[in-house]
Design a protein around this ligand. Structure first.
Ligand SMILES: [Mn+2]
Length: 277
């Protein structure tokens, strides 16, 4: 029994008042269409993070020496209403931003990104994902995880990388909206172009299925032909020249006894903090 044990990223906690980065765990997977269980993702990522080496070989420093991290308790979710859950995420992120914090959201399914983005104005969005997520609605709701980038594109500029699965409706939408230039398929991407398409203020959403399943097997809808670890790090390093206001890592589905997926998600989050902040 974990009586009295609080889960914290890296296994320790800075006071909320002093923290620059705040982790928001959102254990929500109600609209997932295939593998269910990403609601266990946030806790698995946080548990895995306690096994990270604090020193980063590439950055030649312990990232947590310069960045103070606070982990919130799991956010309240409403499994009957994606809208209510998304609104809760928005409220939490809005408050953190008003306090001058950088929010890092762990999912859970991808629909929660919509809530985080609603808290920001005038940003560009970088999405790492296997799926375009450009459906107008899916299974009766506009807040389904399969629609998240459609909602994003209604308000924000976006660049989508790692894409290798979409419906005909989505392909038609891309053509009609003339957004082909901002969509990069599989490992065919151009870092300079990605950076030039993004504005100065950006939010990054990483659907873990953007990685190849040989790298990250634990996700609800795995797709072959994905990004490798070095691809994603290279892209993150390139966008670190911009003002990154927050990010999320979603769709991690723990598949015990393997711990690969949650460990990679934790390491990626830590490296992204080091690159961006
Ligand atoms: Mn996806």
């Amino acid at each position: 029994m974990d009586f009295g044990v609080k889960r914290t990223f890296l296994g320790f906690q800075s006071a909320l008042k002093e923290a620059n980065v705040v982790i928001v765990p959102v254990p929500y997977d109600a609209t997932a269409s295939y593998g269910v269980g990403t609601r266990f993702g946030p806790n698995a990522i946080i548990d895995a993070s306690t096994q990270l080496e604090l020193y980063d070989i590439e950055l030649k420093k312990s990232i947590c020496d310069e960045i103070l991290i606070h982990t919130l308790d799991e956010l309240a979710v409403n499994k009957d209403s994606p809208k209510k859950t998304i609104d809760n995420v928005e409220e939490a992120v809005r408050e953190l931003v008003s306090m001058g914090k950088k929010p890092v959201i762990f999912g859970g399914e991808h629909s929660i990104t919509g809530g985080a983005l609603a808290a920001f104005d005038n940003i560009s969005v970088l999405q790492i994902d296997a799926h375009a997520d450009l459906r107008d609605s899916y299974e009766g709701t506009k807040y389904n995880h399969a629609c998240v980038m459609r909602r994003v594109r209604e308000k924000h500029d976006a660049v989508q990388v790692g894409i290798r699965s979409m419906s005909e409706e989505e392909a038609d939408y891309i053509e009609k909206e003339k957004i082909q230039d901002s969509i990069f398929y599989g490992r065919n991407y151009d870092i300079e172009k990605i950076v030039s398409l993004l504005g100065d203020k950006i939010y990054v959403t990483v659907d873990i299925d953007g990685f190849d399943p040989s790298v990250v097997p634990g996700t609800g809808t795995p797709e072959p032909g994905g990004l490798l670890w070095e691809d994603v790090l290279g892209i993150m390093k390139a966008v670190s020249k911009k003002n990154v206001v927050g990010f999320d890592i979603v769709e991690v589905l723990p598949t015990p006894p393997l711990r690969t997926s949650e460990f990679i998600a934790a390491k990626l989050a830590y490296k992204m903090m080091g690159y961006f902040w």
